[in-house]
Design a protein around this ligand. Sequence first.
Ligand code: ASP
Length: 377
Amino acid sequence: MRLVFGSERNKKVNGGQSTVHGITIFCGLWTVDKNFNKRSKLKIKNTCISILILFSQCISPNSNITDRPDMNNISLAIHGGAGNYTLSDLSLEEQKEYQQKLQEALDRGYDILEKGGSSIDAVEAVIRILEDSPLFNAGKGAVLTSNEKIELDASIMRGSDLAAGAVGGVTIVKNPISAARKVMENSPHVLLMGRGAEAFAKEQHLEIVDPSYFFTEKSRMQLQKIKEEEKLKLKNSEKKDKKFGTVGCVALDKNGNLAAGTSTGGMVNKKFGRVGDSPIIGAGTYADNRTCAVSCTGHGEHFIRNTIAFSVAALMEYKGLSLEQAVDYVVEEKLKRTSGTGGLIAIDKEGNIAMKMNTPSMFRAYRNTKESKVFIF
Ligand code: ASP
């Protein structure tokens, strides 16, 4: 039997001891009571009964909180894509815009956690903000396929029961992350594709938009530039890679539940029908309460081939590595083995955060009980 109350909810407290404390308080008050009149006696009696009721409510025979991390360790990390951009690629105004949007999303997610909301709610809310912004390669600002279409991928995963949902190649769903969540919660499946995913999103009353909603001047120019570069057959090292902007979020809530989500338009000039790592559970997204939550960004084919997101969790579970060690190994060794480029964000069950990339830059931010930081390089 364990006591769970207030800020002390993590401490293992013996129920018998608490009862003893209750009696002590009762007896103490009774001694003082001897010198009081009848009305005061009644008042004190009522107070004592209230205290005893309070104590009895705190003792729950079903509480089983041994070995759970400190529940005040809520934390949240987000990314806005890994890439090759440098300071000179973004004007001061653009840097400010990215910084502000990341901060807004971070604070929204943290606010949910702080108020006792679930990590899955925080992840969805954060990603919706980034999907609605034209700054990122997800939702509104998604990049174009080689035939100038938009095809969006997203996934979400809950660490408490390994439930997961994903959509691939959707063209009319305003917030693919919400469609992924509906697949997880309201269907027997994990991944729905294209027209089937869109029909399901309509059934679930999600917001549907005309494909033109997603097109931006920036995405048109990106496609044109990449096509020109490919015509000139520039070697990889000479290309200025502009394929960044995928978004992701990982969170740990007050109940010790982890969650992860990722949303993207994929890679500029991808073949239509191509699906990357972002909607693939274990590649672009993974969450397991026993280890960690992970969201990836980068050259998706390599994240699929190396099962990057799951690898972080597996190294922790099977080899006992810390989050930091697992992330270092996966990004520095495993991903590089196939010359994969990109990065990831991860949170473990204690609320530790890791954010790592092997590209020159990755938009990223985190907030926990101690600090809040946004990085654009
Ligand atoms: N991983 C995404 C994909 O390959 C792209 C990215 O993260 O930039 O679809």
